[in-house]
Write a protein that binds this ligand. Structure first.
Ligand code: GRF
Length: 192
C-alpha cells in the first residue's frame, strides 16, 4: 500500500516542493498534506501551486492537535523540511523512526541548538572546515541524534561565503532528500 507522507515546513519550502514533485507518480509514497506554523511562509504559496492540501497550525496547538490531524489523514511518515519548532515528545513516540529530518551539515558536526540556516554555514566557515554537506536522519528524543539515513559531502573552498555554501548545499538537498526518503520508506515496508 502506498504510504502517506506529511511534510512539516516553516519557511521557503523549496525542499517541500522538490519532495512533492519527486513523489508524484511514485508507487512507494505520496505527500498527502503540508503542515506549517507560519501562515505567511513561502511554503504556503508553493502548496497551493502544487495542489497539495495545507494546514496552518500554531505553536500552541502543535502538541494538542497535530496527532489528531495526522491520524485523521492516515499519515505513515513525517518529513521535516525546514521546520523550526521543537517536535513534541508525544509525536516522536507516536511515530518512532518515522519522522525524517534533513540538516545542512555533516552531523554530529554543527548540529544542536541554534544551528539552523546560515548559522550552520557561518560556523563551518569560521572553523575552516574543508568539507561540509547534508545529513538525512530520523528524529528521536535527542533532536539531531536519530539514526542516520544518508550523508552527502562537498568541498568547502577558500572563497566560499556562508551564502555560497548554503546555495551549493541546497542543491545536494534537492538531489538526495527525496531519494533517501523513498529508499527508507521502502526498506521499512520490507521490515513490516
Ligand atoms: C534546508 O536548507 C534544510 O537544510 C533545513 O532548512 C532548510 C529549508 O529550506 N533543515 P527550504 O524551506 O526547503 O527552502
Amino acid at each position: 500500500m502506498i504510504k502517506r507522507i506529511a511534510i512539516l515546513a516553516s519557511g521557503n519550502g523549496s525542499n517541500a516542493e522538490q519532495i512533492v514533485t519527486c513523489f508524484k507518480g511514485s508507487d512507494v509514497a505520496k505527500v498527502s498534506v503540508i503542515l506549517t506554523n507560519k501562515a505567511d511562509a513561502g511554503v504556503v504559496q508553493r502548496a497551493s501551486r502544487l495542489g497539495v492540501s495545507l494546514i496552518v497550525i500554531s505553536k500552541n496547538d502543535l502538541e494538542s492537535k497535530i496527532l489528531l490531524i495526522l491520524r485523521e489523514k492516515n499519515i505513515d511518515f513525517l518529513v521535516l523540511a525546514g521546520f523550526l519548532l521543537k517536535i513534541p515528545l508525544s509525536l516522536i513516540q507516536a511515530y518512532p523512526d518515522k519522522i525524517i529530518n534533513i540538516h545542512p551539515s555533516l552531523l554530529p558536526k554543527f548540529g544542536g541548538k541554534g544551528m539552523f540556516g546560515l548559522h550552520v554555514h557561518d560556523a563551518v566557515i569560521a572553523a575552516k572546515e574543508r568539507k561540509s554537506g547534508i545529513t538525512i536522519h530520523c528524529i528521536n528524543e535527542e533532536y539531531d541524534k536519530g539514526i542516520i539515513l544518508g550523508q552527502y559531502a562537498l568541498s568547502v573552498s577558500e572563497s566560499d561565503t556562508a551564502e555560497s555554501l548554503q546555495m551549493r548545499i541546497q542543491q545536494l538537498e534537492y538531489k538526495y532528500y527525496p531519494e533517501v526518503i523513498e529508499r527508507y520508506i521502502k526498506s521499512r515496508e520490507l521490515d513490516e
